[in-house]
Design a protein around this ligand. Structure first.
Ligand code: ATP
Length: 245
């Protein structure tokens, strides 16, 4: 099947010049799973996603050691477009939609690398079923959407490339609880349709409710990992990430 073998990261070291952002990170996301990465500001979560998606170079970061493999093939060193072609798409932090373009144009931009009109049309149908509001707003400038709708558009645009692995960077950041819950429901739905999800979140409660497995990242290292339910029950996680005393 698509993405067989899933995502395997081993001993990954990433630096920005002298800043060592990741120090020997190993992580796996089997096909069909939702895996969460938790951690405070600056722990290295975005860096991890940038390393996978090939966008690290735009931030002057470099991989100095380790391997990133997806579906049995090496991803490290590939360009962002080549990574997308392997079925891996990132929804960047802060949404990064094209605010002056319409909703429909944003979605079309997400399908640029997709071969075949039928495939693009099928992807578009799937996105508009997941997010009916994007169909209603198709002709509107994306910058006029609410924060939650912009996040839907960012996810929808990523899905236009028909990924088998979706990388989500803080999808609920800055959203009201009700909208965050809606985004969470959509992530569940996307996963139920067969897409593997790697979810980076500061909202640990939400991430642990979605994920089967989770990793805790602290200053560039994995300090805890395991089944999400087990982490959610651990005193350390409850105290440090779930705001309990
Ligand atoms: P946040 O939620 O704030 O994005 P994060 O867990 O995603 O935090 P990263 O953004 O990956 O963390 O940052 C990890 C470390 O790398 C931090 O020390 C950060 O200051 C540093 N860093 C990130 N981007 C750069 C860059 N372009 N140049 C230099 N240092 C960077």
């Amino acid at each position: 099947p698509d993405g067989a073998g899933g995502l395997r990261i081993s001993g990954l070291h990433v630096g920005y010049g002298p800043v060592r952002a990741l120090r020997g990170v190993s992580l796996q996301a089997p096909p069909g799973s939702v895996v969460a990465v938790l951690g405070a500001n600056g722990a290295g979560k975005s860096t991890l996603l940038r390393a996978i998606s090939g966008t690290l170079r735009f931030h002057r970061g470099t991989i100095s050691a380790g391997e990133i493999e997806y579906a049995g093939r090496r991803l490290s060193g590939l360009s962002p477009a080549a990574v997308v072609a392997r079925g891996v798409t990132q929804v960047p932090e802060g949404r990064r939609i094209f605010t002056r373009m319409t909703v429909a144009e944003n979605l079309r931009a997400g399908a640029l690398g997709v071969r075949g009109r039928k495939a693009a049309a099928a992807a578009r149908r799937r996105v508009l079923e997941l997010f009916p509001v994007l169909a209603e707003r198709a002709g509107q400038r994306a910058g006029l959407l609410s924060g939650g709708e912009q996040q839907m558009l960012a996810i929808g645009r990523a899905l236009m490339a028909r990924p088998s692995l979706l990388l989500l960077d803080e999808p609920t950041l800055g959203l009201a609880p009700l909208m965050a819950a809606r985004i969470a429901d959509t992530i569940r739905e996307i996963n139920a349709q067969g897409t593997t999800v790697l979810l980076v979140e500061q909202n640990a409660a939400l991430a642990l409710s979605l994920a089967s497995h989770a990793y805790v990242l602290e200053v560039g290292e994995v300090t805890m990992s395991g089944p999400a339910a087990k982490l959610a029950a651990s005193d350390e996680v409850r105290r440090r990430y779930l705001g309990e005393t």
